[in-house]
Design a protein around this ligand. Structure first.
Ligand code: SUD
Ligand code: ADP
Length: 285
């Protein structure tokens, strides 16, 4: 699907290991505090610079108009800051991360495009400048540019390093699409969790997701998947859902649980990844 002669750049998914809503911002958005980690479920992109200013996505994503695709929008946004309208790109995307499941795939694709084209077009924007651009595309984009396990504040753009134990997860995709705006607008959504000024893995226990209860109430398929996973531990939802995950101490334990899950759900055994796999690829070029 991607051209074999070009590099294949990774674009990993994320989990929100914890997500709390601590209030509202002046613009009406919700102020969040969230532990984000990268996982080893990745999309892949090939990106080749062109010198005629055109940005062409050769692999349209099903259900997304090419001009709305976050890969194209990210490239166009960076082009405005490149100082040259000649900057163009051919882009190929191999999607493996389910869309709209709270795994941040589209945001990750945007971040990979920003990081790679910053390099290929020699734009020389630093990490903070890329984060400031990225948040214009979506609240999860800054985390993927930060590229390490993080504690996020604001809408997700204020990031600090955060230590977590290495963990393995069973990830399950319920057969339902949860609309993020609907959950943020839900009358029963809790919006007053206390802020944690000095978060640590120990003082965040028990981990939770403030969006989870309203999703479980309103989406029976997510509730059914949750009950099934709950036979094996304490599942949680990532982001605004619908994907659910269960922490496991070892990969063998994750595989044993995955083996027992009904086949009507798409499931994965995954692990958290300490650093964005793109960083070592770009630093070697
Ligand atoms: C919930 C999170 C957690 O990582 O992830 P996902 O479930 O999308 O992966 C994010 O905060 C998702 O942020 P983002 O991806 O920008 O959300 P969008 O779908 O663009 O937002 C849709 C709508 O939700 C509301 N919204 C969004 C983010 C926020 N912090 N407060 C809000 O009130 C706004 O009304 C916005 O117009
Ligand atoms: N390259 C892309 N990959 C995935 N989704 C995209 C992309 N470009 C635009 N989108 C849109 O962004 C929405 C959110 O996608 P995604 O980031 O995968 O999920 P989530 O926000 O739930 O974590 C999709 O439903 C889709 O309409």
């Amino acid at each position: 699907m991607l051209p074999e002669h070009l590099p294949h750049y990774p674009s990993p998914a994320k989990l929100n290991l914890d997500l709390r809503i601590i209030g509202r911002l002046p613009n009406g958005y919700h102020a969040l505090e969230s532990i984000f980690t990268l996982i080893d479920l990745c999309d892949e992109l090939s990106i080749q610079p062109r010198d005629d200013g055109q940005i062409i996505l050769h692999t349209p994503t099903q259900g997304v108009e090419p001009e709305h695709d976050l890969t194209v929008r990210a490239a166009k946004l960076l082009r405005q800051h490149s100082g040259s309208l000649k900057c163009g790109a051919d882009i190929w995307l191999n999607k493996k991360i389910p869309m709209g499941g709270g795994l941040g795939g589209g945001s990750s694709n945007a971040a990979t495009v920003l990081l790679v084209l910053n390099h290929l077009w020699d734009c020389r924007l630093n990490q903070q400048q890329l984060i400031d651009l990225g948040v214009k595309l979506g609240a999860d984009v800054p985390f993927f540019i930060f590229g390490r396990t993080a504690f996020a504040r604001g809408v997700g753009e204020i990031l600090q390093d955060f230590d977590i134990p290495q963990q393995y997860y069973v990830l399950l995709r319920p057969d339902e699409h949860v609309a993020t705006p609907r959950i943020f607008a839900h009358p029963n959504l809790p919006r007053n969790s206390p802020s944690n000024p000095q978060p640590t893995w120990a003082n965040m226990q028990p981990l939770r997701n403030d969006m989870q209860d309203v999703v479980l109430q309103d989406y029976p398929q997510v509730q059914a998947a949750f009950q099934t996973l709950a036979q094996y531990g304490e599942p949680r939802m990532t982001g605004s859902g619908a994907c659910l995950f269960l922490s496991c101490a070892t990969p063998e334990q994750a595989q044993a649980i995955q083996f027992r899950l009904p086949e009507n759900w798409q499931t994965w055994c995954i692990q958290s990844v300490a650093q964005h796999p793109l960083f070592s690829i770009l630093s070697n070029r």
